[in-house]
Design a binder for this molecule. Structure first.
Ligand code: G3I
Length: 390
């Protein structure tokens, strides 16, 4: 009596969808564009992603801050269940940023972050801290701080030191400096805008007041407050823009030469279904690993509708997303030696909570779970990459 091999059936079904999507593309449709078709999107049954790896597998979660962020995880048992089942780490999507933790100078509001961290610890999840120093989501008083370089530095050191001390023993790693590099390819690049003068650094209020010295200072202050956890520099587009990666490597080598206590490089990885190409992604992971530092994917999500060309998410697109997630996680696991793997974190659980539609201005489906928290085929791509690496 033949036994039905359900794994095989699933694989064949998945393969036929991929073949269909490729054929449609060959018939004139471009890959990623609404390819029609009424096949339902499969709902996988992955038992637990985190069970397939020893490295931290994280996810960003929304949490309350007064009446902001009404999608607070602590009010949503269904979201909590998914996080606990599949992930071993969380990042606060917003509430550990400076505007929430120190809304007025010298006034620290710990209660919101504290309750989130406590929930994580109660559920045996670790916490990746995000972010000590970032030019965005700073409180107005900090942005408009009136002082000379010495006063600016003291003010910033005070923030880093208070926050890192408060969470000492509770977070297992920190994004210490976020997005200090500019996006331009050279000082002459028209895309550079007002960063031409500050290239390769971003022309932020931090740079304007302190030059690039704020970066080393932030790591030193964080290390002094908590010397037991890895400290990361975190940025975006470094897997796409070779010149931004050059700048990052030069910066990191300079920091290491000056004995600055930096431990890791964070790749945000807000990428598209077809951009950047996998060769650039692999090369960037390899270059980061060659510094000897830890390498962590800190904010992975994958736009399926970057230009607004799709009106809905089809079964073929779901399979394409699976392949792409698998490709990226595999690239990370193959290019970064295991002892340097700081883990992989996704920037959100459900498509319904993703920051992407607010950013691009149109609908998207960038994450592993749909708007009803059902598993999307993408989760199998991640699971498969983790299993293959075991
Ligand atoms: O929830 C409030 C709502 O009550 C209010 O009415 C509305 C008015 O604007 O704002 C809502 O808050 C927004 C919040 O997202 C929740 O959607 C904030 O305005 C908005 O600024 C905030 O955006 C966050 C963004 O950082 C700010 O730059 C995103 O949630 C968050 O995902 C995003 O995360 C960043 C990382 O920290 C660093 N790397 C890039 C990443 C994506 O931009």
């Amino acid at each position: 009596m033949p036994v039905l091999d359900t794994d095989l059936v699933t694989k064949l079904f998945r393969k036929s969808l991929i073949v269909m999507s490729l054929s449609l593309a060959a018939c004139g449709g471009s890959s990623g564009v609404d390819q029609g078709g009424d096949e339902p999107i499969r709902e996988p049954m992955v038992e637990s992603l985190k069970a397939q790896t020893d490295m931290p597998l994280g996810v960003a979660v929304p949490a309350a801050y007064y009446d902001y962020f009404s999608n607070d995880i602590l009010q949503r048992p269904d979201l909590q269940d998914v996080v606990v089942q599949h992930f071993s780490q969380i990042t606060a999507e917003n509430i550990m940023k400076s505007s929430y933790l120190q809304p007025a100078q010298g006034v620290f509001e710990w209660q919101w972050a504290d309750q989130l961290v406590q929930w994580a610890l109660d559920n045996k999840l670790t916490v990746h801290g995000h972010a000590l120093v970032w030019h965005s989501q700073m409180p107005t008083w900090m942005e408009q701080f009136d002082g000379d370089a010495g006063q600016w530095q003291a003010m910033l050191d005070d923030h880093v030191s208070n926050v890192a001390s408060h969470f000492n023993g509770k977070v297992v790693s920190w994004d210490v400096v976020n997005e200090a590099l500019s996006d331009c390819a050279s000082a002459n690049d028209s895309y550079c805008g007002d960063s031409a003068a500050t290239y390769p650094y971003r022309n932020s209020v931090l740079y304007q007041n302190l030059g690039a010295d704020f970066i080393a200072a932030a790591f030193r202050a964080a290390h002094q407050a908590d010397s037991s956890v890895p400290l990361y520099y975190n940025d975006y587009n470094i897997s796409a823009n070779g010149l931004k990666m050059d700048a990052l490597i030069t910066m990191v080598e300079g920091l290491l030469a000056d004995s600055v206590p930096i431990d890791g490089i964070g790749f945000q990885m807000h990428v598209d279904y077809n951009w950047p190409d996998i060769t650039s992604i692999r090369s960037a992971f390899r270059r980061a690993a060659a510094t000897g530092l830890l390498v962590k994917i800190t904010e992975l999500d994958l736009k399926m509708n970057p230009n607004g060309q799709n009106s809905r998410f089809t079964a073929a697109m779901a399979e394409q997303q699976l392949e792409r997630y698998q490709q990226i996680v595999t690239a990370y696991l193959e290019e970064v030696p295991s002892e340097q793997q700081g883990g992989v974190s996704f920037w959100g659980v459900s498509d319904a909570d993703s920051w992407i539609p607010h950013h691009t201005g149109h609908e998207d489906w960038p994450l592993l779970f749909d708007q009803d928290l059902k598993q999307k085929p993408a989760i199998e791509g991640v699971e498969q990459a983790l299993i293959t690496a075991q």
